[in-house]
Ligand binder design. Sequence first.
Ligand code: HEM
Ligand code: HEM
Ligand SMILES: [Fe+2]
Length: 485
Amino acid sequence: MLTSIKTNQFEGSESKKLAMMYFRVAIILFGAQLLMGLIAAIQFVYPGFLFEIFDFSVARMVHINALVVWMLYAMIGSVYLMLPDETGIETVGIGLGKLAFWVLTAAVTVVVLVYILIQVGPGTESTIWLINEGREYLEAPRWADIGIVVVVLIFYWNVFATYMKGRKTGIMTVMVADLMALAGLYLAGMFFTDNISMDQFWWWWVIHLWVEATWEVFVGALAAYALIKIINAKREIVEMWLWIEVLMLFGSGILGLGHHYFWIGTPEYWWEIGALFSALEPVPLVAMFVHVLYDWGKEQGIAKAKGEAGAVVKNGPAMAWIVTNAFGNFLGAGIWGFFHTLPQVNIYTHGTQFTAAHGHLAFFGAYATILIGMMYLGIQEAYGIKQLRATFKSKMAIFLITFGVLGMTVALTIAGYEQVLVERAELGAGWNAFFAAQDLPWYVQAQAWRLIMGVITFVGFIYLVWDLLTIGKVEQAEEAMVATA
Ligand code: HEM
Ligand code: HEM
Ligand SMILES: [Fe+2]
Protein backbone atom coordinates (compact mmCIF):
# COMPACT_ATOMS: atom_id res chain seq x y z
CA MET A 1 0.00 0.00 0.00
CA LEU A 2 1.16 3.46 -0.75
CA THR A 3 1.12 5.77 2.16
CA SER A 4 3.34 8.70 1.47
CA ILE A 5 4.49 10.57 -1.55
CA LYS A 6 7.60 12.69 -1.56
CA THR A 7 6.71 16.36 -1.49
CA ASN A 8 9.38 17.83 -3.66
CA GLN A 9 10.50 16.00 -6.74
CA PHE A 10 10.58 19.10 -8.85
CA GLU A 11 14.34 19.44 -9.04
CA GLY A 12 15.47 17.18 -11.79
CA SER A 13 11.97 16.29 -12.95
CA GLU A 14 11.64 17.29 -16.58
CA SER A 15 8.02 16.16 -16.46
CA LYS A 16 7.16 18.77 -13.85
CA LYS A 17 9.01 21.44 -15.78
CA LEU A 18 7.02 20.56 -18.87
CA ALA A 19 3.87 20.82 -16.74
CA MET A 20 4.75 24.42 -15.92
CA MET A 21 5.24 25.18 -19.61
CA TYR A 22 1.75 23.90 -20.32
CA PHE A 23 0.35 25.96 -17.42
CA ARG A 24 1.95 29.16 -18.72
CA VAL A 25 0.35 28.83 -22.15
CA ALA A 26 -2.94 27.87 -20.49
CA ILE A 27 -3.01 31.12 -18.50
CA ILE A 28 -2.22 33.20 -21.59
CA LEU A 29 -5.07 31.54 -23.49
CA PHE A 30 -7.37 32.01 -20.49
CA GLY A 31 -6.63 35.75 -20.67
CA ALA A 32 -7.33 35.76 -24.41
CA GLN A 33 -10.60 33.93 -23.75
CA LEU A 34 -11.73 36.58 -21.27
CA LEU A 35 -10.79 39.48 -23.55
CA MET A 36 -12.79 37.96 -26.40
CA GLY A 37 -15.72 37.40 -24.01
CA LEU A 38 -15.57 41.08 -23.05
CA ILE A 39 -15.62 42.16 -26.69
CA ALA A 40 -18.64 39.92 -27.39
CA ALA A 41 -20.39 41.16 -24.23
CA ILE A 42 -19.85 44.81 -25.24
CA GLN A 43 -21.33 43.99 -28.65
CA PHE A 44 -24.48 42.67 -26.94
CA VAL A 45 -24.94 46.07 -25.32
CA TYR A 46 -23.53 48.30 -28.13
CA PRO A 47 -24.03 46.35 -31.38
CA GLY A 48 -21.97 48.91 -33.33
CA PHE A 49 -18.81 48.23 -31.29
CA LEU A 50 -15.96 47.25 -33.66
CA PHE A 51 -18.52 46.88 -36.44
CA GLU A 52 -16.91 45.38 -39.57
CA ILE A 53 -13.55 45.36 -37.78
CA PHE A 54 -14.05 42.51 -35.39
CA ASP A 55 -17.15 40.38 -35.89
CA PHE A 56 -19.23 39.14 -32.94
CA SER A 57 -19.10 35.67 -34.50
CA VAL A 58 -15.29 35.73 -34.41
CA ALA A 59 -15.06 37.09 -30.86
CA ARG A 60 -17.50 34.41 -29.68
CA MET A 61 -15.69 31.66 -31.59
CA VAL A 62 -12.26 32.58 -30.24
CA HIS A 63 -13.80 32.94 -26.75
CA ILE A 64 -15.09 29.38 -26.63
CA ASN A 65 -12.28 27.73 -28.59
CA ALA A 66 -9.65 29.39 -26.40
CA LEU A 67 -11.66 28.08 -23.44
CA VAL A 68 -11.46 24.49 -24.64
CA VAL A 69 -7.80 24.78 -25.62
CA TRP A 70 -6.60 26.40 -22.38
CA MET A 71 -8.39 23.73 -20.41
CA LEU A 72 -6.77 20.97 -22.46
CA TYR A 73 -3.37 22.62 -21.91
CA ALA A 74 -3.96 22.82 -18.17
CA MET A 75 -5.18 19.22 -18.14
CA ILE A 76 -2.08 17.97 -19.95
CA GLY A 77 0.04 20.09 -17.58
CA SER A 78 -1.69 18.54 -14.58
CA VAL A 79 -0.96 15.05 -15.87
CA TYR A 80 2.75 15.80 -16.37
CA LEU A 81 2.78 17.25 -12.85
CA MET A 82 1.28 14.20 -11.18
CA LEU A 83 2.90 11.45 -13.26
CA PRO A 84 6.26 11.33 -11.39
CA ASP A 85 4.49 11.42 -7.99
CA GLU A 86 1.99 8.72 -8.77
CA THR A 87 4.25 6.35 -10.68
CA GLY A 88 7.38 7.02 -8.62
CA ILE A 89 9.53 7.41 -11.75
CA GLU A 90 10.39 10.14 -14.23
CA THR A 91 8.10 10.34 -17.26
CA VAL A 92 9.22 8.10 -20.11
CA GLY A 93 10.09 9.83 -23.40
CA ILE A 94 9.87 13.34 -22.00
CA GLY A 95 12.08 14.77 -24.79
CA LEU A 96 9.46 13.87 -27.36
CA GLY A 97 6.81 15.28 -25.05
CA LYS A 98 8.61 18.63 -25.07
CA LEU A 99 8.84 18.63 -28.84
CA ALA A 100 5.10 17.94 -29.00
CA PHE A 101 4.48 20.94 -26.73
CA TRP A 102 6.27 23.30 -29.12
CA VAL A 103 4.56 21.86 -32.20
CA LEU A 104 1.15 22.19 -30.54
CA THR A 105 1.80 25.73 -29.38
CA ALA A 106 2.99 26.83 -32.81
CA ALA A 107 -0.11 25.28 -34.39
CA VAL A 108 -2.47 26.94 -31.90
CA THR A 109 -0.87 30.32 -32.60
CA VAL A 110 -1.29 29.92 -36.37
CA VAL A 111 -4.91 28.79 -36.02
CA VAL A 112 -5.86 31.75 -33.81
CA LEU A 113 -4.14 34.24 -36.14
CA VAL A 114 -6.03 32.80 -39.12
CA TYR A 115 -9.35 33.07 -37.21
CA ILE A 116 -8.68 36.72 -36.51
CA LEU A 117 -7.29 37.67 -39.92
CA ILE A 118 -9.86 35.86 -42.09
CA GLN A 119 -13.20 36.66 -40.51
CA VAL A 120 -15.66 36.30 -43.38
CA GLY A 121 -15.78 34.49 -46.72
CA PRO A 122 -17.32 31.50 -48.44
CA GLY A 123 -17.31 28.08 -46.79
CA THR A 124 -15.80 25.44 -49.08
CA GLU A 125 -13.95 22.15 -48.89
CA SER A 126 -10.66 24.06 -48.75
CA THR A 127 -11.77 26.33 -45.88
CA ILE A 128 -12.54 23.22 -43.83
CA TRP A 129 -8.91 22.21 -44.33
CA LEU A 130 -7.26 25.58 -43.95
CA ILE A 131 -9.40 28.04 -42.00
CA ASN A 132 -12.23 26.71 -39.89
CA GLU A 133 -14.13 23.46 -39.57
CA GLY A 134 -17.28 25.21 -38.35
CA ARG A 135 -18.07 23.02 -35.37
CA GLU A 136 -18.82 25.11 -32.29
CA TYR A 137 -16.08 24.70 -29.63
CA LEU A 138 -13.96 22.57 -32.01
CA GLU A 139 -13.43 24.92 -34.88
CA ALA A 140 -9.79 24.07 -35.65
CA PRO A 141 -9.21 23.48 -39.39
CA ARG A 142 -8.56 19.92 -40.45
CA TRP A 143 -4.79 20.25 -40.79
CA ALA A 144 -4.66 21.30 -37.13
CA ASP A 145 -7.09 18.51 -36.20
CA ILE A 146 -4.69 15.94 -37.58
CA GLY A 147 -1.76 17.67 -35.91
CA ILE A 148 -3.60 17.61 -32.59
CA VAL A 149 -4.15 13.87 -32.95
CA VAL A 150 -0.41 13.30 -33.48
CA VAL A 151 0.54 15.49 -30.51
CA VAL A 152 -2.00 13.78 -28.28
CA LEU A 153 -0.67 10.37 -29.34
CA ILE A 154 2.79 11.44 -28.15
CA PHE A 155 1.34 12.71 -24.89
CA TYR A 156 -0.58 9.49 -24.41
CA TRP A 157 2.49 7.45 -25.10
CA ASN A 158 4.35 9.40 -22.38
CA VAL A 159 1.57 8.63 -19.91
CA PHE A 160 1.02 5.03 -20.90
CA ALA A 161 4.70 4.04 -21.02
CA THR A 162 5.34 5.69 -17.65
CA TYR A 163 2.33 3.95 -16.15
CA MET A 164 3.45 0.54 -17.45
CA LYS A 165 6.99 1.00 -16.15
CA GLY A 166 6.21 2.59 -12.78
CA ARG A 167 3.96 2.06 -9.79
CA LYS A 168 0.30 1.49 -10.69
CA THR A 169 -1.96 3.40 -8.32
CA GLY A 170 -5.75 3.41 -8.59
CA ILE A 171 -5.68 7.10 -9.51
CA MET A 172 -3.28 6.41 -12.39
CA THR A 173 -5.28 3.42 -13.61
CA VAL A 174 -8.41 5.58 -13.84
CA MET A 175 -6.41 8.37 -15.48
CA VAL A 176 -4.84 6.13 -18.13
CA ALA A 177 -8.18 4.57 -19.09
CA ASP A 178 -9.99 7.92 -19.04
CA LEU A 179 -7.40 9.66 -21.22
CA MET A 180 -7.77 6.96 -23.83
CA ALA A 181 -11.53 7.57 -23.98
CA LEU A 182 -11.04 11.34 -23.96
CA ALA A 183 -8.58 11.29 -26.85
CA GLY A 184 -10.54 8.67 -28.79
CA LEU A 185 -13.73 10.74 -28.66
CA TYR A 186 -12.00 13.62 -30.43
CA LEU A 187 -11.99 11.49 -33.59
CA ALA A 188 -15.81 11.52 -33.62
CA GLY A 189 -15.72 15.27 -34.32
CA MET A 190 -13.38 15.03 -37.29
CA PHE A 191 -15.71 13.69 -39.97
CA PHE A 192 -17.71 15.94 -42.21
CA THR A 193 -21.07 15.00 -43.65
CA ASP A 194 -23.56 17.14 -45.59
CA ASN A 195 -26.34 15.82 -43.37
CA ILE A 196 -26.66 18.31 -40.54
CA SER A 197 -28.41 15.82 -38.22
CA MET A 198 -25.61 13.29 -38.60
CA ASP A 199 -23.03 15.99 -38.20
CA GLN A 200 -24.58 17.22 -34.95
CA PHE A 201 -25.06 13.65 -33.73
CA TRP A 202 -21.30 12.97 -33.79
CA TRP A 203 -20.30 16.48 -32.75
CA TRP A 204 -22.20 15.98 -29.49
CA TRP A 205 -20.21 12.82 -28.86
CA VAL A 206 -17.18 15.02 -28.38
CA ILE A 207 -18.80 17.93 -26.57
CA HIS A 208 -21.14 16.10 -24.24
CA LEU A 209 -19.06 12.98 -23.67
CA TRP A 210 -16.10 15.16 -22.86
CA VAL A 211 -17.64 17.53 -20.35
CA GLU A 212 -20.16 15.18 -18.79
CA ALA A 213 -18.18 11.93 -18.79
CA THR A 214 -14.45 11.87 -19.52
CA TRP A 215 -13.55 15.35 -18.22
CA GLU A 216 -15.57 14.76 -15.07
CA VAL A 217 -13.72 11.50 -14.40
CA PHE A 218 -10.50 13.38 -15.11
CA VAL A 219 -11.20 16.03 -12.46
CA GLY A 220 -12.25 13.28 -10.06
CA ALA A 221 -8.77 11.80 -10.46
CA LEU A 222 -7.15 15.23 -10.09
CA ALA A 223 -9.12 15.97 -6.93
CA ALA A 224 -8.11 12.62 -5.46
CA TYR A 225 -4.43 13.28 -6.21
CA ALA A 226 -4.59 16.88 -4.96
CA LEU A 227 -6.31 15.96 -1.69
CA ILE A 228 -3.54 13.47 -0.93
CA LYS A 229 -0.93 16.14 -1.60
CA ILE A 230 -2.62 19.03 0.19
CA ILE A 231 -4.22 17.52 3.27
CA ASN A 232 -2.63 14.07 3.35
CA ALA A 233 -6.00 12.46 2.64
CA LYS A 234 -6.00 8.67 2.96
CA ARG A 235 -5.39 7.09 -0.40
CA GLU A 236 -7.78 4.21 0.31
CA ILE A 237 -10.61 6.66 0.91
CA VAL A 238 -10.06 8.98 -2.05
CA GLU A 239 -9.60 6.03 -4.36
CA MET A 240 -12.77 4.39 -3.13
CA TRP A 241 -14.67 7.60 -3.93
CA LEU A 242 -13.00 7.80 -7.30
CA TRP A 243 -14.19 4.33 -8.32
CA ILE A 244 -17.76 5.13 -7.22
CA GLU A 245 -17.67 8.35 -9.24
CA VAL A 246 -16.31 6.61 -12.33
CA LEU A 247 -19.11 4.06 -12.18
CA MET A 248 -21.85 6.67 -11.74
CA LEU A 249 -20.44 9.23 -14.19
CA PHE A 250 -20.27 6.74 -16.99
CA GLY A 251 -23.64 5.31 -15.98
CA SER A 252 -25.52 8.60 -16.33
CA GLY A 253 -23.22 10.61 -18.61
CA ILE A 254 -23.14 8.24 -21.59
CA LEU A 255 -26.88 7.96 -22.14
CA GLY A 256 -27.41 11.47 -20.78
CA LEU A 257 -26.14 12.41 -24.24
CA GLY A 258 -29.82 12.13 -25.18
CA HIS A 259 -30.54 15.64 -23.84
CA HIS A 260 -28.79 17.01 -26.92
CA TYR A 261 -30.83 14.83 -29.27
CA PHE A 262 -34.21 16.52 -28.66
CA TRP A 263 -33.85 18.99 -31.53
CA ILE A 264 -31.49 17.68 -34.21
CA GLY A 265 -33.66 15.18 -36.07
CA THR A 266 -32.76 11.99 -34.17
CA PRO A 267 -35.49 9.40 -33.40
CA GLU A 268 -38.01 10.29 -30.72
CA TYR A 269 -36.97 7.52 -28.30
CA TRP A 270 -34.11 9.86 -27.35
CA TRP A 271 -36.63 12.02 -25.48
CA GLU A 272 -37.19 9.38 -22.82
CA ILE A 273 -33.59 8.20 -22.73
CA GLY A 274 -32.29 11.76 -22.53
CA ALA A 275 -34.80 12.75 -19.88
CA LEU A 276 -34.11 9.81 -17.60
CA PHE A 277 -30.33 9.55 -17.77
CA SER A 278 -29.50 13.23 -17.89
CA ALA A 279 -31.77 13.80 -14.89
CA LEU A 280 -29.57 11.27 -13.07
CA GLU A 281 -26.39 13.17 -13.88
CA PRO A 282 -26.45 15.37 -10.78
CA VAL A 283 -26.10 12.22 -8.63
CA PRO A 284 -22.39 11.63 -9.35
CA LEU A 285 -21.82 15.37 -9.03
CA VAL A 286 -23.15 15.20 -5.49
CA ALA A 287 -20.73 12.33 -4.89
CA MET A 288 -17.82 14.45 -6.08
CA PHE A 289 -18.97 17.27 -3.82
CA VAL A 290 -19.24 14.96 -0.83
CA HIS A 291 -15.88 13.42 -1.73
CA VAL A 292 -13.95 16.66 -1.26
CA LEU A 293 -15.81 17.91 1.79
CA TYR A 294 -15.91 14.49 3.45
CA ASP A 295 -12.17 13.98 3.06
CA TRP A 296 -11.46 17.43 4.40
CA GLY A 297 -13.83 16.96 7.33
CA LYS A 298 -12.30 13.58 8.08
CA GLU A 299 -8.79 15.02 8.19
CA GLN A 300 -10.00 17.74 10.53
CA GLY A 301 -11.67 15.11 12.72
CA ILE A 302 -8.52 12.99 12.94
CA ALA A 303 -6.52 16.05 13.91
CA LYS A 304 -9.03 17.02 16.57
CA ALA A 305 -8.98 13.52 18.03
CA LYS A 306 -5.22 13.85 18.32
CA GLY A 307 -5.72 17.20 20.04
CA GLU A 308 -4.13 19.14 17.20
CA ALA A 309 -5.36 22.45 15.78
CA GLY A 310 -6.59 20.90 12.53
CA ALA A 311 -5.11 19.21 9.51
CA VAL A 312 -2.34 21.23 7.94
CA VAL A 313 -3.42 22.55 4.57
CA LYS A 314 -0.18 22.44 2.65
CA ASN A 315 -1.40 24.64 -0.15
CA GLY A 316 -4.01 27.22 0.81
CA PRO A 317 -4.88 28.65 -2.60
CA ALA A 318 -5.06 25.21 -4.24
CA MET A 319 -7.35 23.94 -1.47
CA ALA A 320 -9.60 26.99 -1.80
CA TRP A 321 -9.93 26.45 -5.55
CA ILE A 322 -10.64 22.73 -5.10
CA VAL A 323 -13.38 23.40 -2.56
CA THR A 324 -14.81 25.99 -5.00
CA ASN A 325 -14.67 23.24 -7.59
CA ALA A 326 -16.78 20.91 -5.45
CA PHE A 327 -19.48 23.59 -5.07
CA GLY A 328 -19.14 24.91 -8.61
CA ASN A 329 -19.40 21.54 -10.31
CA PHE A 330 -22.50 20.68 -8.36
CA LEU A 331 -24.15 24.07 -8.95
CA GLY A 332 -23.14 24.78 -12.55
CA ALA A 333 -23.42 21.31 -14.03
CA GLY A 334 -25.77 19.61 -11.55
CA ILE A 335 -28.32 22.31 -10.66
CA TRP A 336 -28.13 24.63 -13.69
CA GLY A 337 -27.91 21.58 -15.96
CA PHE A 338 -30.85 19.82 -14.35
CA PHE A 339 -33.03 22.94 -14.67
CA HIS A 340 -33.33 22.60 -18.44
CA THR A 341 -32.61 18.94 -19.09
CA LEU A 342 -36.15 17.53 -19.18
CA PRO A 343 -37.72 17.78 -22.65
CA GLN A 344 -40.82 19.39 -21.14
CA VAL A 345 -38.64 22.28 -19.95
CA ASN A 346 -36.13 22.28 -22.78
CA ILE A 347 -38.93 22.93 -25.28
CA TYR A 348 -39.01 26.47 -23.84
CA THR A 349 -35.39 27.04 -22.76
CA HIS A 350 -33.46 25.52 -25.68
CA GLY A 351 -30.85 27.91 -27.02
CA THR A 352 -31.83 30.84 -24.79
CA GLN A 353 -29.49 32.81 -22.54
CA PHE A 354 -30.39 30.19 -19.98
CA THR A 355 -28.14 27.80 -21.87
CA ALA A 356 -25.33 30.37 -21.78
CA ALA A 357 -25.84 30.80 -18.01
CA HIS A 358 -25.42 27.05 -17.51
CA GLY A 359 -22.47 26.93 -19.94
CA HIS A 360 -20.58 29.60 -17.99
CA LEU A 361 -21.16 28.28 -14.51
CA ALA A 362 -20.54 24.65 -15.49
CA PHE A 363 -17.29 25.21 -17.37
CA PHE A 364 -16.06 27.54 -14.68
CA GLY A 365 -17.22 25.54 -11.67
CA ALA A 366 -16.28 22.10 -12.88
CA TYR A 367 -13.04 22.81 -14.72
CA ALA A 368 -11.54 26.30 -14.48
CA THR A 369 -11.47 26.11 -10.67
CA ILE A 370 -9.63 22.83 -10.20
CA LEU A 371 -7.21 23.55 -13.05
CA ILE A 372 -6.23 26.84 -11.39
CA GLY A 373 -5.75 24.84 -8.19
CA MET A 374 -3.36 22.52 -10.04
CA MET A 375 -1.34 25.54 -11.17
CA TYR A 376 -0.85 26.55 -7.53
CA LEU A 377 0.31 23.00 -6.79
CA GLY A 378 2.82 23.31 -9.61
CA ILE A 379 4.16 26.59 -8.23
CA GLN A 380 4.52 25.16 -4.75
CA GLU A 381 6.73 22.42 -6.13
CA ALA A 382 8.66 24.65 -8.49
CA TYR A 383 9.74 26.79 -5.51
CA GLY A 384 10.08 23.88 -3.09
CA ILE A 385 7.69 25.45 -0.57
CA LYS A 386 6.48 23.22 2.26
CA GLN A 387 3.35 25.15 3.06
CA LEU A 388 2.02 27.61 0.50
CA ARG A 389 -0.28 30.11 2.19
CA ALA A 390 -2.77 32.30 0.37
CA THR A 391 -1.67 35.90 -0.14
CA PHE A 392 -3.94 38.94 -0.37
CA LYS A 393 -3.73 38.59 -4.15
CA SER A 394 -4.74 34.91 -4.05
CA LYS A 395 -7.82 35.87 -2.04
CA MET A 396 -8.75 38.77 -4.32
CA ALA A 397 -8.34 36.49 -7.35
CA ILE A 398 -10.61 33.73 -6.14
CA PHE A 399 -13.17 36.14 -4.71
CA LEU A 400 -13.45 38.42 -7.74
CA ILE A 401 -13.41 35.66 -10.33
CA THR A 402 -16.00 33.54 -8.51
CA PHE A 403 -18.18 36.55 -7.74
CA GLY A 404 -17.95 37.76 -11.34
CA VAL A 405 -18.85 34.41 -12.87
CA LEU A 406 -21.74 33.91 -10.42
CA GLY A 407 -22.95 37.43 -11.26
CA MET A 408 -22.78 36.73 -15.00
CA THR A 409 -24.70 33.49 -14.42
CA VAL A 410 -27.48 35.25 -12.52
CA ALA A 411 -27.74 37.99 -15.16
CA LEU A 412 -27.93 35.46 -18.00
CA THR A 413 -30.47 33.37 -16.10
CA ILE A 414 -32.71 36.45 -15.85
CA ALA A 415 -32.26 37.18 -19.56
CA GLY A 416 -33.12 33.54 -20.33
CA TYR A 417 -36.17 33.62 -18.08
CA GLU A 418 -37.44 36.67 -19.92
CA GLN A 419 -36.84 34.96 -23.26
CA VAL A 420 -38.79 31.90 -22.09
CA LEU A 421 -41.78 33.96 -20.98
CA VAL A 422 -41.99 36.44 -23.82
CA GLU A 423 -40.16 35.03 -26.83
CA ARG A 424 -41.12 31.39 -26.38
CA ALA A 425 -44.39 31.20 -24.42
CA GLU A 426 -46.11 34.44 -25.40
CA LEU A 427 -44.87 35.26 -28.88
CA GLY A 428 -44.53 31.70 -30.17
CA ALA A 429 -40.77 31.33 -30.68
CA GLY A 430 -40.56 32.68 -34.23
CA TRP A 431 -37.86 34.85 -35.75
CA ASN A 432 -39.77 38.07 -34.95
CA ALA A 433 -40.32 36.89 -31.40
CA PHE A 434 -36.56 36.46 -31.01
CA PHE A 435 -35.87 40.05 -32.02
CA ALA A 436 -38.77 41.42 -29.97
CA ALA A 437 -37.34 39.75 -26.87
CA GLN A 438 -33.85 41.17 -27.46
CA ASP A 439 -35.20 44.69 -26.94
CA LEU A 440 -37.15 44.12 -23.74
CA PRO A 441 -35.85 45.96 -20.67
CA TRP A 442 -35.06 42.86 -18.58
CA TYR A 443 -33.02 41.40 -21.37
CA VAL A 444 -31.13 44.62 -22.07
CA GLN A 445 -30.44 45.25 -18.38
CA ALA A 446 -29.29 41.68 -17.87
CA GLN A 447 -26.81 42.05 -20.72
CA ALA A 448 -25.46 45.23 -19.14
CA TRP A 449 -25.04 43.43 -15.81
CA ARG A 450 -23.26 40.57 -17.54
CA LEU A 451 -20.78 43.06 -18.94
CA ILE A 452 -20.19 44.63 -15.51
CA MET A 453 -19.72 41.20 -13.93
CA GLY A 454 -17.44 40.25 -16.79
CA VAL A 455 -15.21 43.22 -16.01
CA ILE A 456 -15.09 42.12 -12.35
CA THR A 457 -14.10 38.63 -13.50
CA PHE A 458 -11.33 40.15 -15.58
CA VAL A 459 -9.99 42.22 -12.67
CA GLY A 460 -9.91 38.98 -10.68
CA PHE A 461 -7.98 37.36 -13.50
CA ILE A 462 -5.35 40.12 -13.32
CA TYR A 463 -4.96 39.42 -9.60
CA LEU A 464 -4.64 35.73 -10.42
CA VAL A 465 -1.83 36.24 -12.92
CA TRP A 466 -0.09 38.67 -10.57
CA ASP A 467 -0.35 36.15 -7.75
CA LEU A 468 0.85 33.21 -9.84
CA LEU A 469 3.86 35.25 -10.91
CA THR A 470 4.83 36.37 -7.41
CA ILE A 471 3.51 33.98 -4.76
CA GLY A 472 6.33 31.48 -5.21
CA LYS A 473 9.11 33.97 -4.49
CA VAL A 474 7.24 35.70 -1.65
CA GLU A 475 6.38 32.49 0.18
CA GLN A 476 9.81 31.00 -0.42
CA ALA A 477 11.44 34.04 1.19
CA GLU A 478 8.94 33.90 4.07
CA GLU A 479 9.72 30.25 4.71
CA ALA A 480 13.46 30.87 4.59
CA MET A 481 13.05 33.70 7.11
CA VAL A 482 11.05 31.53 9.52
CA ALA A 483 13.63 28.75 9.16
CA THR A 484 16.57 31.04 10.03
CA ALA A 485 14.64 32.65 12.91
C1 HEM B 1 -19.25 20.19 -16.22
C2 HEM B 1 -20.19 19.68 -16.90
C3 HEM B 1 -20.97 20.45 -17.94
C4 HEM B 1 -20.55 21.44 -18.79
C5 HEM B 1 -19.16 22.04 -18.90
C6 HEM B 1 -21.69 21.81 -19.59
C7 HEM B 1 -21.69 22.78 -20.58
C8 HEM B 1 -22.69 23.02 -21.47
C9 HEM B 1 -22.65 23.96 -22.57
C10 HEM B 1 -21.47 24.86 -22.91
C11 HEM B 1 -23.82 23.87 -23.23
C12 HEM B 1 -24.22 24.66 -24.47
C13 HEM B 1 -23.89 23.90 -25.69
C14 HEM B 1 -24.19 24.65 -26.96
O1 HEM B 1 -23.47 25.60 -27.26
O2 HEM B 1 -25.15 24.30 -27.65
C15 HEM B 1 -24.64 22.88 -22.55
C16 HEM B 1 -25.91 22.49 -22.92
C17 HEM B 1 -26.72 21.72 -22.14
N1 HEM B 1 -26.41 21.13 -20.92
FE1 HEM B 1 -24.63 21.14 -20.05
N2 HEM B 1 -22.77 21.06 -19.21
C18 HEM B 1 -22.38 20.23 -18.19
C19 HEM B 1 -23.18 19.34 -17.50
C20 HEM B 1 -24.53 19.21 -17.68
C21 HEM B 1 -25.40 18.37 -16.86
C22 HEM B 1 -24.94 17.52 -15.68
C23 HEM B 1 -26.64 18.51 -17.36
C24 HEM B 1 -27.95 17.90 -16.89
C25 HEM B 1 -28.20 17.53 -15.68
C26 HEM B 1 -26.57 19.41 -18.50
C27 HEM B 1 -27.63 19.76 -19.31
C28 HEM B 1 -27.52 20.48 -20.48
C29 HEM B 1 -28.59 20.64 -21.44
C30 HEM B 1 -30.01 20.09 -21.33
C31 HEM B 1 -28.10 21.41 -22.49
C32 HEM B 1 -28.83 21.86 -23.75
C33 HEM B 1 -29.37 23.25 -23.58
C34 HEM B 1 -30.20 23.70 -24.74
O3 HEM B 1 -31.07 22.93 -25.20
O4 HEM B 1 -30.04 24.84 -25.19
N3 HEM B 1 -25.28 19.82 -18.65
N4 HEM B 1 -23.92 22.38 -21.47
C1 HEM C 1 -14.89 38.29 -18.78
C2 HEM C 1 -15.75 37.34 -18.56
C3 HEM C 1 -16.63 36.77 -19.65
C4 HEM C 1 -17.45 37.42 -20.53
C5 HEM C 1 -17.71 38.91 -20.62
C6 HEM C 1 -18.08 36.40 -21.36
C7 HEM C 1 -18.97 36.66 -22.39
C8 HEM C 1 -19.51 35.73 -23.25
C9 HEM C 1 -20.37 36.01 -24.37
C10 HEM C 1 -20.83 37.40 -24.79
C11 HEM C 1 -20.70 34.85 -24.96
C12 HEM C 1 -21.62 34.64 -26.17
C13 HEM C 1 -23.00 34.32 -25.67
C14 HEM C 1 -24.04 34.15 -26.72
O1 HEM C 1 -23.74 33.77 -27.86
O2 HEM C 1 -25.21 34.40 -26.40
C15 HEM C 1 -20.06 33.81 -24.19
C16 HEM C 1 -20.19 32.47 -24.45
C17 HEM C 1 -19.61 31.46 -23.67
N1 HEM C 1 -18.71 31.65 -22.63
FE1 HEM C 1 -18.17 33.41 -21.82
N2 HEM C 1 -17.63 35.16 -20.96
C18 HEM C 1 -16.75 35.35 -19.92
C19 HEM C 1 -16.09 34.38 -19.22
C20 HEM C 1 -16.26 33.03 -19.41
C21 HEM C 1 -15.71 32.02 -18.57
C22 HEM C 1 -14.84 32.26 -17.34
C23 HEM C 1 -16.14 30.82 -19.07
C24 HEM C 1 -15.88 29.43 -18.59
C25 HEM C 1 -14.89 29.05 -17.84
C26 HEM C 1 -16.95 31.10 -20.24
C27 HEM C 1 -17.57 30.15 -21.04
C28 HEM C 1 -18.41 30.42 -22.10
C29 HEM C 1 -19.13 29.40 -22.84
C30 HEM C 1 -19.08 27.89 -22.58
C31 HEM C 1 -19.88 30.06 -23.83
C32 HEM C 1 -20.84 29.43 -24.83
C33 HEM C 1 -22.18 29.35 -24.13
C34 HEM C 1 -23.33 28.85 -24.95
O3 HEM C 1 -23.38 29.06 -26.17
O4 HEM C 1 -24.22 28.24 -24.36
N3 HEM C 1 -16.98 32.44 -20.43
N4 HEM C 1 -19.33 34.37 -23.15
FE1 LIG D 1 -24.82 17.35 -22.16
